[in-house]
Design a binder for this molecule. Structure first.
Ligand SMILES: Cc1cc2nc3c(=O)[nH]c(=O)nc-3n(C[C@H](O)[C@H](O)[C@H](O)COP(=O)(O)O)c2cc1C
Length: 308
């Protein structure tokens, strides 16, 4: 009998769906594969309005759920051998549709299921995955693998292209900048993950899956990014509280603080970023061995509290 796989995901632009299609391309006739989307009641429009984009930060960082559409009953009642769970980072956390879903009653159908996460983001996903691991632990789902696709351009270039994509809707390359998001070639090459996933599923050896996925490049992680992400998480936490003190999503009273956050982020990215990269480099030299241990940890699936 063919193995039953559910591909469950949220994607605002469709990038994550392209990644998931590529991963399943070599196995789509060899397994029974269903797709289901995680969808907010009010969709997030692309391109974003700047005011909405920055106003989404506090609730994303504090995991305050939005209203979600229900998952179809047929999906929740089917007995899947594996769930491939596709998501992205927003403000160094799982995107708000994803954290909202994971806190919803619907997510309880993941209890007892094998789940493989697929992340498609710019380049900062570590804190988000720690949060997803916590949700899976609360639900009783078993994390059996993690594949991460990022934009491999230099940090500042990927910031510029994601800004162009988010606010002007242009993903394609422009005169001075490359295309935004995960490189097309990396999306195409993600098809190499399909057969190992199916092979381990059929042999009932999912416990070994992550090691094989890592051998074929499922996670590339530069230690310097751990330092930058830790700094970002601390700052986003502070700003999210500061903004929410003035009201909930879209509240006129908090817009002054949202604008302050927007300006500070722009200054941090374009003016402080070279200084920040330099101090991160020094920190990297001083803490190399502990950061290399962290790299190994983040490539694996265990949850050790307190990494952030
Ligand atoms: C509001 C917002 C915040 C984002 N924050 C991050 C982030 O913290 N780290 C990161 O690597 N990518 C970040 N991204 C990029 C997304 O993770 C993702 O790659 C991109 O939005 C495309 O995903 P899609 O498949 O949902 O269209 C952000 C995108 C948006 C829209």
């Amino acid at each position: 009998m063919k193995k039953r796989i559910l591909v469950l995901y949220y994607s605002q632009s469709g990038q994550l769906r392209d990644i998931l299609d590529s991963i399943t391309s070599d196995i789509k006739d060899k397994a029974e594969i269903d797709y289901a989307t995680i969808e907010p009641v009010i969709p997030y429009a692309l391109p974003w309005k700047a005011s909405t984009f920055f106003d989404t930060m506090p609730e994303t960082v504090q995991h305050i759920p939005i209203a979600m559409k229900p998952l179809p009953e047929v999906i929740k009642n089917k007995d899947y051998d594996l769930v491939i769970f596709g998501y992205q980072s927003w403000f160094l956390n799982p995107s708000l549709p994803i954290s909202s879903f994971l806190q919803s009653e619907d997510a309880q159908f993941l209890k007892g299921k094998n789940v493989l996460t697929v992340i498609g983001c710019r380049n900062m996903w570590l804190h988000g995955q720690e949060k997803v691991k916590e949700y899976f632990q609360q639900i009783g789902a078993k994390l059996v693998g993690n594949i991460v696709l990022t934009d491999t351009n230099p940090n500042l270039i990927s910031v510029l292209t994601i800004i162009r994509w988010s606010f002007q809707g242009q993903k394609e390359a422009s005169r001075f900048l490359p295309a935004a998001g995960v490189q097309d070639n990396d999306i195409r090459r993600a098809s190499r993950y399909g057969m190992p996933i199916l092979k381990h599923l059929e042999a009932d050896k999912l416990d070994d899956l992550q090691n094989e996925l890592l051998m074929i490049g499922a996670i590339q992680l530069k230690p310097g990014l751990i330092i930058l992400e830790r700094r970002g998480v601390t700052n986003f936490r502070k700003w999210s509280k500061f903004i929410r003190d003035k009201g909930g999503p879209g509240a006129p009273e908090r817009q002054g603080r949202v604008t302050m956050f927007k300006r500070l982020l722009i200054v941090a990215i374009f003016i402080l970023s070279p200084i920040s990269s330099f101090t991160a480099w020094i920190q990297l030299q001083l803490q190399k061995s502990s950061l290399l241990r962290d790299v190994e940890y983040f490539k694996k699936l265990e949850l050790v509290p307190g990494k952030f």
